[in-house]
Design a binder for this molecule. Sequence first.
Ligand code: C6P
Length: 405
Amino acid sequence: MLDVAKIRAEFPILSRKIRGRPLVYLDSAASAQRPRAVIDAISGYYEQHHSNVHRGVHTLSQEATDLFEGAREKVRRFLHAASTREVVFVRGTTEAINLVAQSWGSSQLGPGDEVLITWLEHHANIVPWQQACARTGATLRVIPIDRQGVVDQQAFREMLGPRTRMLAISHVSNALGTVLPVREMVAAARELGVTTLVDGAQGVPHGPVDVQALGCDFYCFSGHKLYGPTGIGVLYAREAVLAQMPPWQGGGDMILNVSFEGTTYNELPYRFEAGTPNIAGAVGLGAAIDWFGALDHAAVAGHEATLLAHATERLQQVPGLSLVGTAPGKASVVSFTIDGIHPHDLGTILDSEGVAIRTGHHCAMPVMKFFDLPATARASFAVYNTTTEVDALVDALGVAREMLG
Ligand code: C6P
């Protein structure tokens, strides 16, 4: 059993009141909150160790470099990557996918090639590929989903073929909560020599990932959904693939030697980290990984499954409410609509009750179009949420229905 009361006590923001009511934070899929350990690691870094990294011989620069590279090693262990050369710090999932689509995409894609994504993707795993296809003449193909929000595996097998060069898929859908069978899909792609990318933005917050067991070439995630800071994220890239990729941004730190005649590039992963990095962000991410990694992950999974089951059962009893996304395998995300009430109005009334959810298209407009909806309301649960908070959501929906329904 997860000691949720103890976990909650570690998150200062959870004791806040919103409009005079206790905060019920059900928007962790957008961004999770941070435990004291992460906040302290960031302020401790600034109070005691800050300087630029990889540049100075003075003590502070060496300390900052050690902390920054120490965080990289924590990420490596967390993902079970073979080497820190495979761990590139980026701003977040969005930047990671743009890096791959630009660097790998421009060097590897050409006319006739196909990039395969699913209908469930976040815009971050659609738009960079559309841009890469426009630049290179490759074609973007989309694997369909069914009304439950499950990716059609038969269609996937039929679409995977000799023209496929890249399979880029979510680990977990942010809009619907569907958990994709990434291991099987990656294995099928690899059999044909297809390069694979997994968007793990909604995957890692639910438990550690083993990129070697998964077998993907690229895996990316954002720190802020993993109880860490904003502005820092990770691109894991298999060394053999990363080594073949051209740098995507030029500047300091990514070079070995620069003259006006030409430039030689730094070794991996620094070749892909131009400019002063988000040092405090990396330190905070390392602290978040330490904090999250110390939890009992079977207990985390059990707790999140309880929250999802409780929410699904209680929401289904709300008159006029339709769940959007009912896949058998789901992470702790529930999307829904209520007859006659626009999700934005719902979100505003819930806020007046202290309940924070996300409303809108969730940066997954094709998913909304598939279900013929402009938007949904979405509640998402993290380790610090409780079934009492799910009940508070349901009560607040009752208030909204009385006012607007
Ligand atoms: N989803 C949500 O409310 P960034 O913004 O780079 O940290 O992450 C982008 C991203 C990529 N893929 C998936 C599956 C995501 O869920 C997200 C971010 C947030 O669902 C904000 S739109």
